[in-house]
Design a binder for this molecule. Structure first.
Ligand code: BGC
Ligand code: NOJ
Length: 813
């Protein structure tokens, strides 16, 4: 069953039924001011950091699931009836409900008794505010006398404190109302120099105290002052400051009116906080022109047009036309868009990440670059330098850092022994995309310590050496707290409820080894060698290759189980992911990453490993993490065995790692298998089973319940997942084979046999490549013609004569 449809022309998903299985959400903002918004207008906003600068309040895991948001109410003064055009929170019997989630905006509307109303929500580029444009049309044959109300509940900035510290927070709330604009200024009197505001294009009455607006013991579904038809002009002193505006809407038959509301965040220089100086009144000199600009419908429309253009250009960097509509839609629109969100949010704020927990992950953010770097390389560069500056002098890394301070997060610390290698992979992706070698010479601190600056290149060297200095009894890399799989905690041995599996270390960790990190080391080592080679550092490149060769030999000797690659050795030196094991005999991560890295291509191991994935782990809904699932808690394995079978890392379908197998299949030349795996988890291809899948059909979820789970096929934790970048990378660079390399754009498609070909447009290093691939035979050998001239090999040279348009034709035989 479907709850809507894709409108690819407008790059929208159109939801036509409000009670979707879960809130289906979208992000507003892509720079510094962000919001999350559900299909019924639930959600909240924040500036840069979802924990420390939360602008509006949201209660997670609420009943019903999604309450608290950007709610608009309409009221008919003749009948005294009121309703929400977004269905929530009043849940009235509206007709023609539609929610259009688009690129950086969401429009929600419906009609009720002849009154049609839509609200378009978006964040203009380069501004710290969001616009709500409400359009109301009277389709009745008689005049309509209506009122409109728009409301938001302010958060007292630190979302964690806001949700817990009531003895203080019920006293601190403060607002000002000036010229019809509501200013939320809690703590502005002391150490904050920022405030929020909520303005309206036609203000009449307002409320700023929640209880005055809602009434005692009432929720957002029936606010007392909306019911009464008149806001009370309340001023909040403590308790819960809100912003609510009232507008009058008098419409002749067929008449339309538009109202604009602006919710925003503003900072003043500390010495200019108050106006007049010495008073306690917010200095509004710099914010007033901004508010005025966007409260005008023309200003709002122009900002929307700019946003549309921005996405047109950004997505225009890669557009493909293949025989598969799901591939096209995800590559051209939604997967790229999701990559922007994961880059911006890491794993901080969604409907499943509360915005108070995680900062930016070192591993996560580096991987996110794979799907983002082509869109805004300058921001990728900045992110790389921020990440590298949190690296420790040992080459190890803090697992996370806080976006506002950009400092490593001490609560979680480091010791996840895969982390450092992702920096090499992130930097390599950046170099391949941009050719900007200067980044390697950027001086970057260690652990944000002034004076510790070393060129970024040295950070990569330390990343590589980190593993060499931490090898275990078999010569494989020690796993530390965990590798990619946060839940394979081999040094944890936790028997105390509530202890964090990620930060508890009860063993000194000199035994447990990871075959996955071994593969990662080989892959990253080769990338680093190629970088060294390109810089003319021959001897160094040789050294890296030498070390990866040694590690390959170790993998062959101690990392192979006969039919597939082992996963790890535990703290007792026992195998994990071996046919000898009672449970957890075969795992996806080590096999996927070995094949992706090309390990075992020559001697048939990769082929066997991929066949093992097909025979033991693949399901119609995707490839599970391992089999058999762990049926009980194993002290020596940690969190992985804490999950019931089929969920999360315990044999769930982790959509993040499925692309490793897809890429592995392309390395074997099996395009049909690669694309088949791609399709199994492609959200668009799963749209028809929305009733089962339950998450949004336009973005990936982290996990789909595996075959051991009673809810097999049900997705969870949508939006913020490494799945976005890896699937984008797998389909664009390995299946379609439009691959960035240090020396240019490589064209190496491994597509299904029955595809006659495809076309693509790729903007790469300032040049637009129009690519046509034609299948003339069933294989993957390609011959390329560039602007009519055949070339050797499959790397399209970067034009040296200033040409900006290049035509590439590739014949597959
Ligand atoms: C989750 C992992 C996550 C980890 C770190 C675990 O509970 O299952 O997916 O990476 O927590 O927060
Ligand atoms: C989610 C984490 O964000 C990611 O870093 C990790 O690799 C996966 N979970 C698997 O545990």
């Amino acid at each position: 069953m479907k709850y809507g449809y894709f409108d690819d022309r407008n790059r929208e998903y159109v939801i036509t039924q409000p009670d979707t299985p879960l809130p289906w959400m979208n992000y507003l903002g892509c720079q510094a001011y962000f919001g999350i918004i559900s299909n019924t207008a639930g959600g909240y906003s924040f500036y840069r950091d979802a924990r420390l600068r939360r602008i509006s309040r949201y209660r997670y895991n609420q009943v019903p699931f999604d309450v608290g948001g950007r709610y608009i109410y309409l009221r008919d003064d003749e009948t005294n009836e009121f309703w929400s055009p977004s269905w929530q929170p009043t849940q009235s019997d509206i007709l023609e409900y539609t929610c259009r989630h688009g690129m950086g905006y969401t429009t929600i509307g419906s009609s009720y008794k002849g009154i049609e109303a839509h609200t378009r929500y978006f964040v203009p580029l380069d501004e710290n505010l969001e616009i709500w444009q409400l359009t109301v049309t009277n389709h009745r044959s008689t005049r309509a006398a209506l009122k409109g109300f728009a409301s938001i509940e302010f958060c007292l900035w630190d979302a964690q404190d806001d949700a817990t510290n009531f003895q203080r927070n019920f006293n601190t709330g403060q607002v000002e109302v000036e010229d019809g604009v509501i200013y939320h200024k809690t703590e502005y009197r002391e150490r904050r120099n920022h405030f929020a505001y909520f303005g309206c294009s036609a203000p009449s009455r307002f409320d700023t105290q929640r209880e005055a607006f809602l009434g005692r013991y009432r929720g957002w579904d029936k606010p007392k002052s909306v019911e009464a038809g008149e806001l009370t002009n309340s001023i909040a002193h403590g308790w819960s400051p809100i912003g609510a505006h009232q507008v009058s809407i008098d419409l002749e038959p067929n008449e339309t009116a538009q109202f604009v509301f602006v919710l925003g965040y503003h900072e003043n220089p500390v010495e200019k906080k108050f106006d007049p100086p010495g008073s306690q009144i917010i200095n509004k000199r710099t914010v007033k022109p901004v508010i005025a600009k966007y409260l005008s419908p023309a200003g709002a429309d122009a900002a929307f047009e700019k946003l549309r253009q921005y996405w047109e250009t950004t997505l225009g960097i890669l557009q493909v036309q293949t025989p598969d509509a799901h591939t096209n839609r995800m590559v051209n629109i939604w997967n790229a868009y999701q990559c922007m969100a994961t880059f911006n949010m890491s794993r901080s704020a969604s409907f499943y990440e509360s915005g108070i927990g995680r900062g930016l992950g070192f591993r996560d953010s580096n991987q996110d670059l794979l799907g983002f770097v082509h869109m805004v390389p300058s921001r990728a560069r900045e992110r790389i330098l921020d990440l590298a500056a949190t690296q420790l002098p040992t080459g190890g890394a803090y697992h996370q850092y806080q976006p506002l301070t950009k400092r490593g997060n001490n609560d979680i610390g480091g010791g996840f022994n895969d982390d450092p290698h992702w920096l090499i992979i992130g930097v390599s992706a950046y170099l391949k995309e941009t050719g900007d070698w200067s980044i390697l010479d950027e001086p970057v601190q260690y652990d944000n310590e002034p004076g510790s600056e070393k060129p970024l290149y040295e950070h990569l060297q330390r990343s590589f050496n980190y593993t060499l200095e931490r090898l275990g009894p078999h010569g494989l890399p020690l796993i530390g707290r965990a590798d990619w799989n946060d839940c394979l905690n081999l040094n944890c041995f936790s028997d105390t409820p509530g202890q964090s599996f990620q930060t508890t270390t009860n063993k000194d960790g000199k035994v447990a080894e990871s075959v996955f990190i071994a593969a990662l080391f080989v892959y990253a080592g080769r990338e680093l060698a190629a970088i060294a080679q390109h810089r003319g550092l021959e001897a160094e490149a040789k050294k890296y290759i030498g070390e990866t060769e040694k590690q390959l030999a170790v993998i062959n000797e101690h990392g192979w189980d006969g039919e597939w690659f082992l996963r790890a050795y535990d703290d007792f030196g026992a195998k994990i992911g071996s046919n000898e094991c009672a449970e957890g005999k075969v795992f996806i991560e080590s096999n996927g990453f070995c094949a992706l890295a090309g390990i075992g291509l020559e001697d048939g191991k990769a082929l066997k490993a991929m066949n093992a994935m097909r025979d033991h782990l693949a399901t119609p809904h995707g490839i599970v993490v391992q089999q058999p699932a762990y049926s009980k808690y194993y002290l020596q394995l940690g969190e992985i065995s804490s999950y019931p079978p089929g969920y999360k890392e315990n044999a769930g379908i982790f959509c993040h790692v499925n692309p490793w197998v897809m890429i592995g299949e392309t390395r074997l030349g099996r395009g049909d298998a690669a694309h088949d795996y791609y399709t199994r988890i492609n959200p668009s291809a799963r749209e028809n089973i929305s009733e089962l899948h339950r998450c949004e059909p336009y973005v990936y979820a982290q996990m789909i319940a595996g075959k051991d789970a009673p809810t097999f096929g049900e997705a969870k934790n949508s939006w913020l997942t490494g799945t976005a970048a890896w699937n984008y990378y797998a389909i664009t660079q390995w299946i379609l084979g439009i691959r960035t390399s240090l020396s240019g754009l490589e064209i190496a498609p491994v597509i299904p046999k029955n595809w006659p070909g495809f076309t693509a447009k790729r903007v790469f290093r300032g040049v637009t490549y129009s690519i046509t691939i034609q299948r003339k035979g069933p294989g993957n050998s390609i011959s390329l013609t560039v602007d009519g001239q055949p070339i050797d090999g499959n790397i399209v040279p970067i034009p040296t004569d200033g040409r900006k348009e290049v035509n590439v034709v590739g014949i597959l035989t």
